[in-house]
Design a protein around this ligand. Structure first.
Ligand code: SF4
Length: 214
């Protein structure tokens, strides 16, 4: 893990959240005009969702997955047995970078965080994982899968979605389930074969859910 270490050696989750809310690293480094970290969670949550970065709706609302992508994500999870109305209760919601990076220049969608921004924010994610110790982690998009699944770098999303990886996150092997971004501008989901991979992933997530709650 590169980049600065969050303050404190073993802060509780409230201390970690206070540190993230006060974080201005990307502003100080000149990558963002303003910092508005968006994440949500509480101790004891068994499911962690790691996205790439908040989108504009989450930025405005201050709650992750507030837009149409969140609606589709909840519909996917419902197929794995999760109650959409309990989304915010069941899932610890975080991302590789916690602040909206802005819109992409010259194209649809949001700007992907740079390698430098990823490095600046990564210690927060590592601290969240170490503190919450989720039983299952779901990653959204290729960048998040690459960040958490060893060997995933350069692997096409079609070879990641539908697989489950037992990853040592520092407190034992944890199943990591890669998903694509449930975005209207992501053409990846237009391919029926890709949507079938999401079905496979949801079937595997349903089995993991059964194993965790039973
Ligand atoms: S993206 Fe992460 S490191 Fe950058 S300012 Fe926001 S919270 Fe801090």
């Amino acid at each position: 893990v590169s980049g600065p270490t969050p303050p404190g050696t073993a802060p509780g989750l409230a201390g970690i959240h206070a540190g993230i809310r006060a974080c201005r690293r990307c502003v100080g480094a000149g990558y963002l005009p303003e910092a508005h970290p968006v994440f949500r969670g509480h101790p004891g949550q068994r499911w962690m969702l790691v996205g790439q970065a908040p989108g504009p709706r989450a930025h405005e609302a201050g709650v992750p997955w507030s837009g149409a992508s969140g609606t589709l994500l909840k519909a996917w999870f419902a197929r794995a047995g999760f109650d959409p109305d309990r989304f915010l209760d069941d899932w610890y919601l975080t991302s590789l970078t916690k602040c909206f990076p802005g819109k992409a220049q010259g194209g649809p969608g949001d700007r992907a965080p740079s390698r430098a921004e990823l490095a600046l924010c990564r210690p927060w994610l590592d601290t969240e994982i170490a503190c919450v110790q989720p039983r299952v982690v779901v990653t959204i998009g290729r960048m998040a899968a690459e960040a958490l699944v060893p060997g995933a770098k350069g692997t096409p999303l079609r070879d990641l979605v539908g697989t489950v990886h037992d990853v040592d996150l520092g407190y034992g092997p944890v199943p990591v389930v890669p998903l694509p971004h449930p975005s209207g501008v992501a053409r990846w989901l237009n391919d029926p074969a890709h949507r079938a991979l999401v079905d496979v992933a949801m079937a595997k997530l349903a089995k993991l859910r059964h194993g965790v709650i039973s």
